[in-house]
Ligand binder design. Structure first.
Ligand SMILES: [Mn+2]
Length: 414
């Protein structure tokens, strides 16, 4: 049995939490007047480096930071502790099913990760803000520390990125910024340059983990999309040769399964479904708040199938949370065995009965949408339709709803 990255990962994250707790305890947080940890207590700890990807926190960013940290831990560096920090609130990882899928494939327990809203991380932020304590960063997949971290007294020690150079942090060393297809390719390149023991390869499960963003970001290494570079191809070849997982059936299958996972929504809560791709506007004349949630790979009946409940209570909750005058939900789904195989439905909720009456009267007349009422709700304020013009996306529906809302004078005080 080969060593698993998961065991390095688990040890690293556990050690990270312990070290953070030690530093925080030494600084007497969260008591008022936090003090800088004294030398004695600090010498108990290794220096902490946060390795962090960009704000979009996509697969490439997350894999870059996690794999860099695992590889660094594998180097047995005894002076520092490099901890991956996920640039997301913890709950939002569920909005990235392809990321969860890749962690699962590689048997890495993503629950152990540190996210920006974890209590330990928030305490660290408080410590650095109050006590002038410095935070070391290694930036991956971006090259300018985001202003969100201005309270962290951030010192950017190193950068590995494939975006346009924003000329920030000139003292970072190394400062590798090169336009390759996937940032993860730069992490593998870094690993190769460490001249570690040639027998100390990247572990098989970590190779599988790192191959994922390289395939996704280069569209399966296909040249015609103009994303792939020689380094990506070379690195993908190295990683592929290290993978021993029986479930790995080659690039094409792996690429497709990650790509499929992207549109999988069955694990999401109703609230996550609604906010995953949600846009909010204020109408120019009537000054109403209009929100349209688009849900891919989702049909109205899935509410009942997945959540054993009708959508009404979820929609009322969501509309009130965002203070909406009108919530529109657009579902779309592929049915491989049906004709037509791509279908859309559209439904709305409004707490205002004048708006509800107006929409119920006008919407079925809109030939751009081809709405056919379905008799799914008898609750006031709701309407549910099949949308026969499947090409009409939110770009089409937004101006229709905006104009319909603006046809009714606002009834509430502005
Ligand atoms: Mn990237």
């Amino acid at each position: 049995m080969y060593l698993k990255s998961a065991s390095i990962f688990e040890r690293l994250l556990k050690q990270g939490r312990d070290q953070l707790q030690k530093v925080l305890k030494a600084s007497k947080l969260p008591l008022a007047g936090a003090t800088l940890p004294d030398k004695a207590s600090l010498s108990l700890t290794k220096e902490i480096y946060w390795v962090m990807g960009n704000e979009a926190a996509d697969l490439d960013s997350i894999v870059s930071s996690v794999s860099f940290a695992i590889l660094k831990a594998h180097l047995n560096d005894s002076h520092s502790l490099t901890l991956p920090l996920i640039n997301l609130p913890r709950d939002d990882i569920n909005l990235r099913p392809e990321v969860l899928y890749v962690f699962e494939q590689c048997q890495l327990p993503h629950e152990l990760l540190l996210f920006i809203d974890d209590p330990l991380v928030l305490e660290w932020e408080e410590l650095t803000a109050k006590a002038g304590f410095k935070s070391n960063f290694i930036l991956v997949d971006h090259n300018q520390l985001h202003s969100r971290f201005s309270d962290w007294n951030g010192v950017v020690k190193a950068i590995y990125d494939h975006h346009v150079d924003e000329a920030a942090h000139p003292n970072a060393n190394p400062r590798v910024i090169r336009p390759v297809g996937s940032n993860t390719s730069l992490v593998v390149e870094w690993w190769k340059k460490q001249h570690v023991d040639p027998h100390q390869d990247i572990l098989p499960d970590l190779a599988l983990f790192m191959l994922a963003p390289i395939l996704i970001d280069t569209v399966n290494l296909k040249g015609e999309y103009g994303r792939v570079t020689d380094l990506d191809v070379e690195v993908a070849g190295i990683l592929r040769s290290l993978i021993i997982s029986a479930s790995f059936k080659g690039d094409d299958m792996y690429f497709k399964s990650i790509d499929d996972a992207k549109v999988s929504v069955s694990h999401m809560t109703p609230n996550q479904l609604l906010r995953r791709d949600f846009k909010l506007w204020t109408t120019p004349i009537s000054n109403r708040r209009l929100g349209i949630a688009s849900i891919v790979n989702w049909a109205l009946r899935d509410w009942v199938d997945f959540h054993s409940q009708s959508p009404e209570s979820n929609m009322i909750k969501f509309a009130s949370l965002h203070n909406l005058d009108l919530l529109v939900v657009m579902g779309s789904k592929q049915y491989p065995s049906k004709d037509p195989c791509f279908r859309r439905d559209l439904y709305f909720y409004t707490p205002d009965h004048i708006v509800s009456d107006h929409l119920a009267k006008e919407l079925p007349q809109m030939s751009e949408l081809g709405l056919i009422p379905t008799s799914i709700s008898t609750q006031p304020g709701f309407a549910f339709y099949d949308q026969s013009v499947v090409s009409a996306s939110r770009k089409v529906t937004f101006p229709i709803f905006r104009d319909l809302l603006d046809e009714i004078p606002a009834s509430k005080p502005q």
